[in-house]
Structures are given as C-alpha cells and as structure tokens.
Design a protein around this ligand. Sequence first.
Ligand code: LLP
Length: 420
Amino acid sequence: MQYLDSAYFKYKGNNLYCEGVPVSKIAEEYGTPVYIYSRNFFIDSYRKFNNAFKGVRHSVFFACKSNFNLSVIKTFADQGCGVDVNSEGELLRALKAGVKPEKIILTGVGKTEREIMLGLEYDVLMIKAESPQEIELINSTAASMNKTAPVAIRVNPDVDAQTHPYISTGLAENKFGIEAKTALEIFSDYRSYKNIRFTGIDMHIGSQITKVEPFAAAVEKLAELFLQLKSMGVPLEHFDMGGGIGVTYNSEKTFELEELAGRLFPTFNKLGCDIFFEPGRYLTANGGILAAQVLYTKKNHDKNFIIIDGAMTDLIRPSIYGAYHHIQPVVLNGANELIADIVGPVCESGDFLAKNRELIECKHGDYLAVMSAGAYGMVMASNYNSRRRPAEVLVDGDSCRLIRSRETFDHLMFDEEKLL
Ligand code: LLP
C-alpha cells in the first residue's frame, strides 16, 4: 500500500508524525477519534496562495465553513487573512477569533433578516446578495438602521465546474446566485437602492475543482459583465472569484495555483479592481487528519471489515460524496496487506470511511490516520447515535495543544433533562 507523506504529516522511523509530534502520542493523550491539524500547513498554504496571486491587487478570505475552529480561524487571521462567513454562527466565530469586521465577507444563499442586521451592525466589509428579494431586504434593513450596506451580487455564470453534483454551484440549475441578465438590470438601476452601495461582482462555481478551465470560463464570462457595468458608470470596486480550488486526496491531478493565476491574470488586469478569493479546502484539507483506533477486525462472507472508533458522524465525506480519504497506520508494524472496508460503530451501512481499501493488517488497539481531513471534517460532524464529536488538537512544531475538547454527554443532552 501507499503512504501519504508530506512535510507536515510524515513517518519518522515507523511513526507517523504531525510536524514534530507523534500522532500516537496525541491519540493516547486526548483519546480517539481526534482531529489533528498542522498549524504550519495552514500558514504555508496561505502564503503559497498569496504568493501565486501577488501579480494582482488581491485579498484572501478564508472560507471558514471548511474548518471553523476558533484557533484555526485565528491562525489565518494572524497572517492577515480575511474570513468568509456563511451564517450568524460563523460570523460570531470569526469575531470571537478576533477577526476585524472590515476583513469579513457575509455570504449565504438564505440569510435571515437578523443575519443581515448583524452584518450591518458590525460593519462587515461586504454582504453578498443572492436574490432580488434579498437585495430589497438588505436595502430596507439598512434604511431602518440608517446605514448604507456594501453589497456584491453573486452572479450565477452557468458554467460546469466538473465536480461532484452536490458541490457544483455555478450551473443554471443550482440554487446559487442571480442570473447575469437580472444582475445587469439590478446594477443598472443601482441609484434607486438608496441604502445600498454596490461594491462588486461575486462568483463561486463549486468546490474541489481540479481543472483551470471552469474557473477561466466563469471569470471571463463575468468579467464581460463587470466591464459592461463599469462602462455604464456603476462604481464597482472588486471582483470576487470565490473558492473551489481542488486538492489531492488520492492521485487526482490538480493544477498548480501559478497555472490558474497565469490563466486569469490577463482578465483580472483588464478589470483594474481588487480581486477577492475565498479558498477553504485549499488552505485546510491536507493540514488535518482524523486519528481513530481499531476496535475489531472481522471477516464476513470473505469480506474483511476493520471497525474503528471513528465514524460517518466524525467525517461524513465518504458517506455522502463517495469521497476518497487515504487511510494509513499511525505506527507501521504490520506486514501483510489485505483489502477491507473501514467502518465505524454507527448503525448504518452508509457508515464507512473507506470501501475495498488496501491496508496493512491491523489489530485491536492500533491507531489509523484518515488523511486530508482538515476541510469539511469536524465542521460537518454530527451527534447521530448520541455520539460525542471529536476533540481537536493543533500542532505547532514540537508542541501541540487542545483547541476543542471532546464533547461531554452534558453538551449532547443540553437542557433535555431539565425539560423532562
Ligand atoms: N465561497 C463560497 C461562497 C462557498 O460556498 C464555498 C464552499 C467556498 C467559498 C469555499 O470553497 P472551497 O475553496 O473550500 O472549495 N462539504 C463539501 C464542500 C462544500 C463547499 C461549499 N462551499 C465537501 O466536503 O467536499
């Protein structure tokens, strides 16, 4: 079998390390399942991203839906990164992590009036609007607060991102954004929205996109609209190309950021405005693992199963997208390879982390690392079967610290006992 090895998660001798700390030591200290993140992966990825686009005036807003732990948000914010938030909860997280409101973008296809009010109250940098009705609501809400709302319109470019249908967002059939024709009408009429300052055009065509072409097609399409609006005198300040940059989970071929930048720069230069990016997965996916412990191994009807203490409730991506996450031993001590399903304790056949996977034979008590789990892992975890969500640990060089404790059963039951 193959082992994923990077500068951040690496075998030293037989032991998998996150930076300078053995994964088995963290698993023993904090229990399993546990999410383990490499702080330096986050920082280096942010720097790489910035570096690739340094040829244009730009700002990066970390899409914290991919990993919203306060210490992770703060790691990015400390580097000067902005944050893209998709809900009141994410807004509060960003603020608690110390992100300045002028570095926050408020996104969301279904924002409530309260969320719009909060965005205005805190004076976030920009509120993204995704429907004509929402624009009306933003305008009237801002009026009632005696404010002018900075608004970008998310335009649906009707471009195929060539990714999993559940995470494709830029097609006409998807719920996201406003079609270009309608956006043009709204923008042209910008003076009639007394309490809105239209700041830009936004797009986000999907996630885990592994080709440059869909980005180029969408950017070129919307750049035309941007230039048309500019020539009409609409004073737009930025073009937000969203996130969606794919990463390697297995052997997928993805593009280098420089390739994407090289392809987009000529168009960006024509726009002559600030370019915004909202990467999530690129900044976090390969900076995290989920460490779990083997409970049992068994063979049923010639099929091998490895039952671990991590489940779909901890990492749901394999169950809902058929997503691939590499799984490898935390300590290399077996020799024989086998093909097995790696499954959790949840009462569903859909509860698997891997199917028909080649793995070194392992036994009760061994630790396994589910790789590339830093994005859309913990944030999508649930309490099904009344399971407590995992602890999270952040490694920085030779030291590590708990950044979220494992939930307690009191957290899970909340006030139910009082309400019995
Ligand atoms: N901006 C907007 C408006 C978004 O909706 C998203 C992700 C991003 C930025 C960040 O996209 P990224 O760079 O991470 O691809 N749960 C799925 C992914 C859902 C993505 C939702 N939107 C998964 O586990 O693959």
